[in-house]
Design a protein around this ligand. Structure first.
Ligand SMILES: [Zn+2]
Length: 474
């Protein structure tokens, strides 16, 4: 295996096209399962770059896949392009100002995420062709990461069945291999049905679905004392049964998000929350139906893959930001609270400095304070050996899902970070495809861990993704 990577100059060859794609996707923010224009842009770019393209992967209209190469192992590079509701924001400024009132925005940087993943795939495609190496690279355009669990559906549908290893990244404030931790998460709706009645004249004839939802909350609040460490339960009312206090509420619905560090612990917790709901129904003489919305698994560690990624990062060094990047990042820093900034430093286990952009590489597994969310990358990590890298694209301390993240989505730092991420991911694919031992090591580790805790899809086999209809092309 060569010690110098052939990937960086190949990334440079395609960077303008893919940076353009990232900017266009930023300008057409689309939320979960409505990424019709963004996925069409991704499909068009894949075709222009000579990939064999499959649209509608796993029956999801906005999922797209492009493949290049032949024979050999299959390396998947995962991208995303969904935006978030309510995070519309003008780019390049340092105060909150909506671009479209109440509109969506790329507050998690997924415009960069998808483009960098495809940029990496373009470089690996060129490298496979130039060297005649047997192997295939696939770009997976995965929609609906934000709450839609598209990758879990894609895994369930077999989209990764013949994949040997997967690579992905996420934009943010620091450059490092991601900690192998995320929470398994089930979003489930509970619909209670009772009987309406005049709340003053005939209250004894009414059976309140709203009471049932409230008693369920009480029961869940007692359950918290007896859950596994790091489990989380949150809820939001979907329907409180109407606005008339003089009518006993015949229907009421609540959505629960039930999370735990381990897939199997989460599945057990979901069953306990269902029992609480049944208890609430019993107490109120109402009935309850459970409706799965979406679910994802936790991140399944693969140390061998993470070591390959750390090697790729160490070879590359930090993102080469310039003074212009630092000047804008300093303005953004002025809008962040000290606790925002301290939180990012605590994750990498270092005392805060005056640095506004991370132009270095954090050592692997810094043993810092872990702030854990959930992602549908989790299900891919259970299916195939996977590594995820975080690459600096924004000022240190910028929270994800914030106006500041949207504002920095077209910046020089964002572009440099996305190109850097492509080089790191492409290098991982290059190593895995040219050194069979490294790939075999990752696969053996995966098999060993899976033998101890087998994967269970967190969604029932007949559960469909919560797709949205395509608006008429007018
Ligand atoms: Zn994200």
């Amino acid at each position: 295996m060569q010690n110098t990577s052939a990937i960086p100059p190949l990334v440079e060859r395609h960077k303008d096209d893919l940076t353009g794609l990232a900017d266009r996707v930023w300008g057409m923010p689309e939320t979960l399962y409505s990424e019709f224009r963004s996925s069409a842009e991704h499909a068009a770019m894949l075709r222009a770059k000579g990939f064999r393209v499959t649209e509608g992967v796993a029956g999801i209209p906005t999922a797209v896949m492009g493949e290049a190469g032949s024979g050999g192992p299959v390396i998947a590079i995962l991208g995303e392009y969904d935006a978030l509701p309510g995070l519309s924001q003008v780019a390049g400024i340092d105060h909150p100002q909506e671009l479209e009132e109440g509109g969506p925005g790329h507050g998690c940087g997924h415009n960069l995420l998808g483009s960098a993943a495809m940029l990496a795939a373009c470089a690996v495609k060129d490298w496979l062709e130039a060297t005649g190496t047997p192997g295939r690279v696939r770009y997976y355009g995965c929609p609906a990461e934000e709450g839609g669990a598209a990758k879990a559906f894609m895994v369930r549908d077999g989209a990764f069945d013949d994949v040997d290893a997967a690579v992905t990244w996420h934009p943010g404030g620091m450059t490092r291999v991601d900690d192998p931790l995320s929470l398994a998460n089930t979003r489930m709706d509970f619909h209670f049905s009772g009987r309406a009645a005049h709340a003053a004249a005939q209250p004894h004839l009414g059976r309140s679905a709203l009471d049932a939802v409230e008693l369920m909350s009480v029961g869940v609040n007692y359950l918290r004392e007896h859950m596994v460490q790091d489990a989380r339960i949150h809820y939001a009312y979907l329907d409180a049964g109407g606005k008339a206090p003089n009518v006993v509420q015949a229907r009421a619905s609540v959505r629960y998000s039930i999370r735990a560090l381990d897939l199997h612990e989460m599945l057990a917790l979901v069953e306990r929350v269902k029992k609480v709901a049944q208890g609430a129904a019993l107490m109120t003489e109402t009935s309850v139906e459970f409706q799965m919305f979406a679910a994802v698994s936790n991140h399944f560690e693969n140390l061998a893959m993470d070591r390959v990624m750390q090697q790729a990062l160490d070879e590359l060094g930090g993102v080469p930001f310039d003074d212009l990047d630092r000047a804008y990042a300093a303005k953004i820093r002025g809008t962040l609270s000290p606790s925002d900034i301290a939180a990012e430093w605590s994750v990498v286990n270092q005392p805060p400095t005056e640095a506004v952009l991370c132009d270095w590489v954090v050592p692997m597994r810094p043993n810092g304070k872990v702030l854990i969310g959930s992602t549908d990358v989790g299900d891919v990590t259970w299916k195939v050996p996977t590594t995820e890298v975080l690459v600096a694209t924004a000022a240190i301390g910028t929270p994800l899902h914030s106006w500041q993240m949207t504002a920095q989505g077209l910046s020089g730092a964002a572009h440099k970070g996305m190109i850097h991420a492509a080089k790191a991911m492409g290098r991982v694919a290059e190593i895995l495809l040219s050194d069979p031992d490294r790939l075999a090591e990752a696969k053996a580790e995966h098999a060993r861990r899976l033998a101890l805790t087998p994967y269970t899809c967190p969604m029932p086999p007949d559960h469909k993704p919560p797709l949205v209809p395509q608006p008429d092309a007018a």
